[in-house]
Write a protein that binds this ligand. Structure first.
Ligand code: NAD
Ligand code: UFG
Length: 349
C-alpha cells in the first residue's frame, strides 16, 4: 500500500527536497504548511521535478481544527495518514533570542497541538526535525546521540523540549513511535536547480551568504573569526547535502513503519562525520562555481562554537542511511540553484 505522509512544514527548504525523495520512493505526501517562510511556487517546482501532483493544505500546526480536517480529508478518501513528518518550525537562532515566546509558541505549543490531533486521528508515528544545536557546546567530538543535551539559545531549547515531550509520550504508550533527526548543517540544492534554500530577508547561515555574495546580492562575506582552535582558525561544521538529508527522512519513515522499530523513541544524527572550515567551504565554492566570493575576517559571532561534527554511525547501523554527496557537489548544486534563481522563488509562475 502507498502510505500517506502528512508533511508539516513541507513547503520549506528541507521539506521540498524531502517531498521529492518521498514521491520517488513511492510514498504519498500531503503538505500542511502555513507558508510563513515559503510559498506555493516551491510545491509547483516539486511537481515539475517529480511529475506528480502534490496535495497542499494551507494551515497552521497551532490550529487544531485545521489539523483535524486534514487528517479527516485523507481518511475520508481511503488514504489515512500513516505517519507525520514534522518539519514546521521557526528556525533563526538570533531571532529566537529576541522573540523567545514566538519560538516556544510556534515550535513547542504547535507540536503539542499537532500531537493531540494525531491522537484524535489515531496516528501514532512521527518523524521530527531536530537539530545538532540540542548538544550545545561540545564536551567531546564527534557528537554521538548520547552526548549531553544543553542548548545555548531558545531555538535550541524548543528542539530539546519537543524531543523530551516525544520521549515522555513514547514512555506513556508503547504504540507510539517517534524518531528525532538531529540535522547538522544542511546545504546545497536539488540537482535540477529548481528547488533550493530561499531565506526571506537576511540569511542566518553561511552557505546562503556565500551564494548571495557570488550573485552580487551581498557585497562582501564576513568570516566570523579566524582565531578558533581549528586548522585554519575558522569555524568547522559538518555540512550535509540536503538531498542526502531528504533520503534520511525516507529511511527514518521506512524504519518507523516497519516491524524493526521495536523501541518507541529514537534520535539519530544526520551528518557526514566530516568537518569543513569556513575558509575551506569558500574555497570549494569558488572552485566549483568559478566565481570569486569577496570576504573579510571580522570578530566572532556571539554564541558560536569553534567546531562541530557528527558521528553518523547510529543512523547507518539502524536506518541504513549514510550521506553520499561531497562538499564539492553541495557547492555545485547550491550554486546551480542560486544562479538560476538569483532572487529566489518568484511570487507566482
Ligand atoms: P524552512 O523555514 O524553509 O521550512 C519550515 C517550513 O515550516 C516553512 O515552509 C514554514 O512556512 C513552515 N511553518 C513554520 N511554522 C509553521 C506553523 N506554525 N504551521 C505550519 N507551517 C509552519 O526551514 P527548513 O530549513 O526547511 O527547516 C525545516 C526543519 O528543520 C525546521 O524544523 C528546522 O528547525 C529544522 N532544522 C533546520 C536546519 C537548517 O539549517 N536548515 C538545521 C537543523 C534543523
Ligand atoms: N559564518 C561566517 N559568516 C557568516 C555566517 C556564518 O563566518 O556570514 C560561520 C559561523 O561562524 C560558523 C559557520 O560559518 O563557523 C557556520 O555557521 P551557520 O550559521 O551556517 O551554522 P551554525 O552551525 O552556526 O548553525 C546552524 C543553524 C542552526 C542549527 C545548527 C546545527 O543555524 O539552526 O546549524 O544544525 F541548529
Amino acid at each position: 500500500m502507498e502510505h500517506s505522509i502528512l508533511v508539516a512544514g513541507g513547503a520549506g527548504y528541507i521539506g521540498t527536497h524531502t517531498l521529492v525523495s518521498l514521491i520517488q520512493t513511492g510514498y504519498r505526501p500531503v503538505v500542511f504548511d502555513n507558508f510563513s517562510n515559503s510559498g506555493i511556487v516551491a510545491i509547483e517546482r516539486v511537481e515539475k521535478i517529480t511529475g506528480v501532483a502534490v496535495e497542499c493544505i494551507v494551515g497552521d500546526i497551532r490550529d487544531a481544527s485545521a489539523l483535524d480536517s486534514a487528517f479527516q480529508q485523507c481518511a475520508d478518501r481511503g488514504q489515512p495518514v500513516s505517519c507525520v513528518l514534522h518539519l514546521a518550525a521557526l528556525k533563526a537562532v538570533g531571532e529566537s533570542n529576541s522573540m523567545p515566546l514566538a519560538y516556544y509558541d510556534n515550535n513547542v505549543t504547535g507540536t503539542l497541538v499537532l500531537l493531540e490531533a494525531m491522537r484524535r486521528a489515531g496516528v501514532g508515528t512521527i518523524v521530527f526535525s531536530s537539530s545538532a544545536t540540542v548538544y550545545g557546546e561540545p564536551e567531546f567530538l564527534p557528537f554521538v546521540e548520547t552526548h549531553r543535551i544543553a542548548p545555548t539559545n531558545p531555538y535550541g531549547w524548543t528542539k530539546a523540549m519537543v524531543e523530551q515531550i516525544l520521549r515522555d509520550l513514547c514512555a506513556s504508550d508503547p504504540a507510539i513511535k517517534a524518531i528525532c533527526l538531529r540535522y547538522f548543517n544542511p546545504i546545497g540544492a536539488h540537482e535540477s536547480g529548481l528547488i533550493g534554500e530561499d531565506p526571506r530577508g537576511e540569511p542566518n547561515n553561511l552557505f546562503p551568504y556565500i551564494t548571495r555574495t557570488a550573485v552580487g546580492r551581498s557585497a562582501c562575506l564576513r568570516i566570523f573569526g579566524d582565531d578558533y582552535d581549528t586548522p585554519d582558525g575558522t569555524g568547522v561544521r559538518d555540512y550535509v547535502h540536503v538531498a542526502d538529508l531528504a533520503d534520511g527522512h525516507v529511511k527514518a519513515i521506512d524504519y518507523a513503519l516497519s516491524s524493526r522499530s521495536g523501541q518507541g523513541f529514537a534520535a539519530f544524527n544526520l551528518g557526514t562525520g566530516r568537518g569543513t572550515s569556513v575558509k575551506e567551504l569558500i574555497g570549494a565554492f569558488e572552485r566549483e562555481s568559478g566565481v570569486p566570493v569577496p570576504h573579510q575576517v571580522t570578530s566572532r559571532r556571539a554564541g558560536d562554537i569553534g567546531e562541530a561534527w557528527a558521528d553518523p554511525a547510529l543512523a547507518n547501523q539502524v536506518l541504513g542511511w549514510a550521506a553520499r554527496r561531497s562538499v564539492d557537489q553541495m557547492c555545485r548544486d547550491g550554486w546551480n540553484w542560486q544562479k538560476n534563481n538569483p532572487d529566489g522563488y518568484p511570487e507566482k509562475e
